[in-house]
Design a protein around this ligand. Structure first.
Ligand code: TRP
Length: 177
């Protein structure tokens, strides 16, 4: 079973990240095909200081390794090291109706909180769909706030597959309480 997780390096990792997602991911390395990455492109939607982002990305990567992420067992990378994800992001954009993104709770919540709205914030779910679909992910463990993003990825994959055949695996979310 291919399980994919992305973690944004938008601040220092804390105990909530550990118990919320990292621990389960590390524990599952022996019986699942774990794909895990540091979502530094996504972090750009909330962090514009490049130097700080670069430091936080490296720090998140070393924290993961220190906590037990094992590159011999799992596939572990930094999002921006696989540029094809941006290529797929653009291809998927053409299969993403505006309405699908306009209904995204996470975008609406961020705008309501006063975060400046820009295109990357709006198209965030399309990049997340590219992360998920590029690697044939079957299961995506998420917090409740990210369920809709996995559903959006699934909707985009369905739309693409309707036209081109059975190309993308349809992902399912799993909520780890
Ligand atoms: N949006 C996720 C979060 O904030 C991070 C993320 C980016 C992600 N791409 C992903 C999670 C793909 C799972 C799959 O937590």
């Amino acid at each position: 079973m291919r399980v994919l997780t992305g973690i944004q390096p938008s601040g220092d990792l804390h105990i909530g990240n550990y118990f919320g997602s990292i621990k389960a991911m590390i524990d599952s390395q022996n019986d699942q095909d774990v794909f895990a990455f540091i979502a530094n492109y996504h972090a750009m939607t909330s962090l514009s200081d490049g130097e700080r982002l670069s430091t936080l990305t490296m720090q998140a990567a070393t924290d993961f390794l220190a906590l037990g992420m094992d590159p011999q067992k799992s596939t572990f990378w930094v999002q921006s090291d696989v540029k094809e994800v941006l290529e797929l992001y653009w291809v998927l954009s053409s299969f993403t109706p505006m309405g699908l993104l306009e209904r995204a709770h996470s975008y609406k919540d961020k705008v309501a909180k006063g975060i400046a709205s820009n295109h990357s914030l709006f198209s965030y779910p399309v990049l997340m769909a590219a992360d998920i679909l590029l690697f044939g992910s079957q299961v995506v463990p998420v917090g409740k706030d990210q369920i809709q993003h996995v559903e959006i990825a699934r909707d985009i994959a369905l739309k693409f597959n309707n036209q081109y055949g059975d190309i993308f695996t349809l992902p399912e979310f799993r909520v780890d309480e």
